[in-house]
Write a protein that binds this ligand. Structure first.
Ligand code: GDP
Length: 325
């Protein structure tokens, strides 16, 4: 177990921008030990009033689309040209990479990682989507309290992690390849609908024309969707992380979105809704965990399950019985 500090040591460290303390606090929120969790919640309570002032951007796309290369290019633009402080978090549930992580196991984002205004945190390894979502949300709050004004949350682009990330960010960016076809890219319809912007990556060299064509196609396709509650029409761009073409433009789109939705009040409303959703999600999960941890339940569960499987008990009746214990 890692060395533990007092609540004020963590909080003061985070608020003064001490990245070692920030990392330690994130390790605490990722811990499943009840004592670590209790301490983490106290730290979160103290720093929460200092959080919430960043722009949160979710970034998704299939593996190989160029996420990490793009994040490095856009990230360097933000820290160098825009004077931003950037944190990059990742959601990678139950990583198959033997304890590795999508950010940690590759030599990716080297330049960005070395920049003093950037903070890169890999996804905790071997956690369920629920677990990694919770810890990423909390890490996001800690990063904001530490003074980062832009937060990127990256997904690996498979399964349900896009929905989870969409639920914790202000702006959702989808990276796509030209000419690969929606199905090939594992892009489900719902994901396109979540996107506030799409950028066709690797728009360089011989790929440029195809990228521009894909841009027009996706722009047309997105126009067919009904306008989102944000009243924002999704934007499609092309970009190359190699030449840098189109990379700053993506940030301009994000800024335009933030300005428009802050003026309309949608930005604030959506964050409130996300917080409420999170409240109920936490209650549901906590109740469920406590329920299954009860010794009476644990003792009866296997037998009752068998009875349900054999058709000797209805699922409803069995649930009632266990809940009544
Ligand atoms: P990820 O799996 O989505 O994070 O993708 P990576 O960032 O690791 O990129 C996958 C591959 O595409 C790597 O070999 C990159 O060098 C390459 N790549 C990424 N961005 C670009 C780009 O803008 N242009 C070109 N030509 N190649 C790129």
């Amino acid at each position: 177990m890692a060395k533990r500090f007092s609540v004020s040591e963590y909080a003061d460290g985070i608020l003064s921008g001490n990245r070692v303390m920030l990392s330690r606090a994130i390790t605490l929120v990722e811990s499943t030990l009840p004592t670590d969790q209790a301490l983490a919640q106290q730290v979160l309570d103290v720093v929460l009033p200092h959080a919430g002032r960043s722009v949160r951007v979710g970034i998704t796309g299939v593996p190989g689309v160029g996420k990490s290369t793009f994040i490095e290019a856009l990230g360097l633009h933000l820290v160098r040209e825009q004077g931003k402080r950037l944190a990059v978090l990742a959601v990678d549930p139950s990583s198959q990479r033997g304890g590795g992580s999508i950010l940690g196991d590759k030599t990716r984002m080297n330049e960005l990682a070395a920049h003093p205004q950037a903070y890169i945190r890999p996804s905790p390894a071997g956690r369920s989507l629920g677990g990694v979502t919770k810890s990423t949300r909390e890490a996001l709050v800690l990063c904001e309290a530490a003074g980062h004004d832009v937060i990127f949350v990256e997904t690996v682009g498979v399964g349900q992690s896009e929905t989870a990330v969409h639920g914790m960010v202000d702006f959702f960016l989808l990276l796509m390849l030209a000419g690969a076809g929606d199905e090939l890219q594992g892009i489900k319809k719902g994901i396109m609908e979540m996107a506030d912007a799409v950028t066709i990556t690797k728009a360089d060299g011989g790929n440029e024309l195809a990228a521009r064509r894909a841009r027009a196609e996706y722009q047309n396709a997105l126009h067919l969707y009904p306008l989102a509650p944000s009243q924002w029409s999704p934007v499609v761009t092309t970009s190359s992380a190699v030449t840098g073409q189109g990379v700053p433009e993506v940030w301009e789109v994000v800024q335009r979105y933030v300005q428009q939705t802050q003026e309309s009040g949608y930005f604030q409303r959506r964050r409130q809704e996300q917080n409420l959703h999170w409240l109920h999600e936490t209650i549901r999960e906590t109740l469920e965990t406590r329920f299954y941890q009860r010794p009476e339940v644990a003792q009866r569960l296997a037998e009752v399950q068998q009875q349900v499987m054999d058709g000797r008990k209805s699922a409803f009746g069995a649930a009632e019985e266990l809940l009544g214990l």
